[in-house]
Design a protein around this ligand. Structure first.
Ligand code: FAD
Length: 301
């Protein structure tokens, strides 16, 4: 019985998974293996990113569409405003809606070359706020948007950043997903600021398991996320030791999630980088069970 009630308590843990569209046949096979392995975790949704500058438009579409056709998962398509007119956005969104895709992760996006700043398409949207409003005119999509516990690099202030998030909610977004972060306190302070501004939709923490510390550190530098010294210390000397790196990565993410759970958070969005093993292990360690594993527990009781 104890084990059964523990299993029920763990049912409150809800996850979603983010994938990127594959560029080659080999990558497509490994993405599909990852989706198949993670599907039994019954994610709330699985999202597919949209390459910088809209570079993966067709591949994103194909991947989202295949998830819809071949699995029971709810796919969410990322969509950005970069280099796209409002009319093109309308066409892309209408096609998604016609194919039964109901969930869009709406982003302003960044230009493809690193360093350059975002420029509005002459007939396009200038921010995620405008994109969300435009999408809602096409159909009643479920819309998730981005949020930045450590503040977006272009934000004038943390309050201005929260105002932007509030505006995205006010025009129709019903969930925010955060940029990755490693300090739970920073996330909780962000939640406090959002609540104080009257934001009541879920702000789901984005969890990035650190399988390659150097890459994460580089990426964090570009998107304004900080990398604590203790994290660098944990990965010191492990460059040639991928097996230990995986174990440390699982431990770090599980500990981060436990601290967030202790603060009342039950939904988590994983940046999977199209790899399943680490995310699967983290979810399992946190108590998430597949339907088959739950049946096994029931039989044993
Ligand atoms: P917005 O919400 O429009 O703006 C972000 C912030 O910038 C605002 O909060 C505000 O502080 C500031 N800002 C913007 N415009 C102005 C202005 N005119 N005046 C004052 N302040 C301003 N990128 C991709 O290319 N493809 C993806 O699939 C993708 N997926 C993502 C998923 C998640 C969960 C996250 C967190 C990010 C993702 N990104 C993706 C990155 C995102 O496109 C960039 O962070 C981009 O720079 C901002 O997008 P946004 O939707 O947050 O923009």
């Amino acid at each position: 019985e104890d084990r059964l009630s523990l299993a029920r308590a763990n049912a409150r843990l809800r996850v979603s998974f983010e994938f990127f569209p594959p560029a080659t046949t080999t990558m497509r096979d490994s993405l599909w293996r990852a989706i198949t392995r993670l599907a039994p975790m019954r994610p709330t949704f699985v999202s597919v990113t949209y390459g910088a500058g809209g570079s993966t438009r067709e591949r994103t579409h194909e991947t989202v569409h295949r998830i819809r056709r071949e699995t029971d998962l709810e796919p969410a398509a990322h969509l950005t405003c970069v280099d796209t007119s409002a009319g093109e956005i309308r066409d892309i969104a209408a096609r998604y809606w016609d194919e039964g895709i109901r969930h869009i992760v709406a982003l302003r996006g960044d230009p493809p070359e690193g360093g350059a700043s975002f420029r509005r398409h002459p007939d396009g949207y200038g921010s995620a706020v405008e994109l969300v409003a435009g999408l809602k005119k096409v159909a009643d999509f479920e819309i998730s948007v981005a949020a930045y516990p450590e503040i977006h690099p272009e934000a004038r202030s943390s309050l201005a950043d929260i105002d932007f998030l509030k505006a995205k909610i006010d025009v129709g977004a019903s969930r925010a997903i955060t940029q990755f972060f490693f300090d739970p306190d920073c996330y909780f302070r962000f939640l406090d600021r959002a609540l104080a501004r009257g934001i009541e939709v879920p702000i789901v923490p984005g969890i990035l398991p650190v399988s390659n510390f150097q890459k994460v550190a580089e990426f964090a530098g570009r998107c304004g996320a900080s990398v604590p010294a203790w994290l660098a210390h944990l990965f010191e000397g492990l460059d040639g030791d991928p097996a230990t790196r995986q174990l440390v990565a699982a431990m770090v993410a599980a500990e981060q999630i436990r601290r967030l759970q202790a603060g009342g958070i039950s939904d988590f969005h994983f940046y999977t980088l199209n790899r399943a093993d680490l995310v699967y292990a983290i979810c399992h360690a946190l108590g998430l069970r597949t339907a088959t594993q739950e049946d096994d527990v029931r039989e044993a009781c």
